[in-house]
Structure formats: C-alpha cells, structure tokens
Design a protein around this ligand. Structure first.
Ligand SMILES: Cc1cc2nc3c(=O)[nH]c(=O)nc-3n(C[C@H](O)[C@H](O)[C@H](O)COP(=O)(O)O)c2cc1C
Length: 200
C-alpha cells in the first residue's frame, strides 16, 4: 500500500453510527492522481446533478468546467484565492458553480443556493463511486469569475470545485498542507444540530 492509499484509509470518517460506505469514505483532498478525468465520468457526474431535486423543479444550478492545459482552466485558477490556487493546480479539472437567482416569474428564488448545494452533493457521491473527489472552494473571487466568463445577468457564481481521482502524491503539498491532509477529521455532535421536539 502506498502512502496515498494509506491516507485515504485513514481519512475514513470515525462514525458513531454506521453510514453508507461512500459517505464514510468521502473527503476533500488537496492532491489528486495525475490522470485526467474520463469524459464518461464527467458526463456521469453532471447526470447526477441533473437528477437532483430542486424547489419547483427549477433546476437553478449551472456549472462551467475546464480541463488542465486549457485557457479556461487557467481562467478559473486565476479567480481562486492564493491559498486555493496553491493546491488546486493539482486537480485535472476545475469548475465554477452558479445558480439562477430568480424564478420564471421574476421572483427571488430563495432556495436556489440550497438546490445548487443539493446538486453538488449528488455529484459528489456519484464521483465518489467512481473514485473521484470533489473539493469545494468558497475562496473564489466570484465577481471576477462572473466577469471573466461573461456570466449572464441573473446568475450568481457561488463556488469553485477541484475535481480529480483520489490517490495523489501528498509530497506535492507544502508541509503545512501535508499536515492538514492527515489531520484528524472532526465534526460537531449530533445533539448539537439535530434537535428533537424543540430547539436547543
Ligand atoms: C461550500 C464549501 C466551501 C469550501 N471552501 C473551501 C476553500 O475555499 N478552501 C479549501 O481548502 N477547502 C474548502 N472547503 C472544504 C472544507 O474545508 C471541508 O469540506 C471541511 O473541512 C470538511 O472536510 P472534509 O470535506 O474532508 O470532510 C469548502 C467546503 C465547502 C462545502
């Protein structure tokens, strides 16, 4: 077993209750295998988004994606903050996520960001099934991204995502990031977010 496989194993969530294996194994790496993502896999990831649920079936999610060694990939990279740019270059594919702000009636769709998140969740689990990691990034200059990609009015860039097969070399990361990669993964307790019968 190489060091990357070992890290992947050690990153498995220490669940208190048994959950679906794909959920347990998912994590957000900052290093990825050198391989580009197969076109079939790209299509399967977006198909998972396509069949996600959304308020009134509005399907407000939008994505712009690009593969490494293309001008569009460099454009996405240029919109990331310095911290994310440092490691996201390890990803063979980058994407920007966006949502449509209004319903067909011109009313603000309060659930658009919710639905984009749901679609990204579906994509993430489909990807996980194929050995692909999605690492979301809030650290993106959304105004610059809107400008660089001529995003039409009425759509809002929400985040970026680094996409790649698990199994990257940890040595590609700075010492600080290597440490973060192997740090214990922590979560708040169930009782602090799942309230029975009353808020407390
Ligand atoms: C909406 C969103 C934004 C995030 N933004 C960043 C980011 O800008 N940079 C980064 O390195 N990780 C980012 N992350 C990854 C989180 O830090 C990570 O999901 C969290 O620490 C839990 O770790 P895990 O995904 O490995 O379980 C983001 C995750 C989400 C869902």
């Amino acid at each position: 077993m190489n060091i990357s496989e070992q890290i992947q194993l050690e990153n498995i969530a220490a669940c208190e209750y048994e959950i679906f294996a794909l959920l347990k194994q998912r994590y957000s790496p900052r290093t990825f295998k050198e391989a580009s993502i197969k076109q079939q896999h790209i299509n399967q990831i977006f198909e998972a988004a396509r069949w996600s649920a959304s308020s009134n079936n509005i399907q407000p999610w939008r994505f712009i994606y690009a593969e490494r060694n293309t001008p569009a990939y460099d454009k996405i990279l240029s919109c990331l903050n310095d911290f994310n740019r440092e490691w996201a270059t390890n990803a063979p594919l980058l994407m920007l996520t966006a949502y449509k702000e209004e319903t067909e009636d011109g009313v603000e769709n309060f659930h658009a960001l919710h639905d984009l998140g749901f679609a990204i969740g579906s994509m993430t689990m489909q990807a996980q099934y194929m050995g692909i990691a999605l690492h979301s990034m809030a650290g993106v200059d959304w105004e610059k991204a809107q400008d660089v990609f001529n995003v039409p009015e009425g759509y809002h860039i929400a985040s970026a995502i680094a996409v790649g097969y698990y199994g990257g070399e940890i040595e590609k990361l700075s010492e600080e990031l290597q440490e973060q990669e192997i740090n214990e993964r922590k979560r708040i307790r169930q009782r602090d977010f799942a309230f029975k019968e009353q808020w407390d």
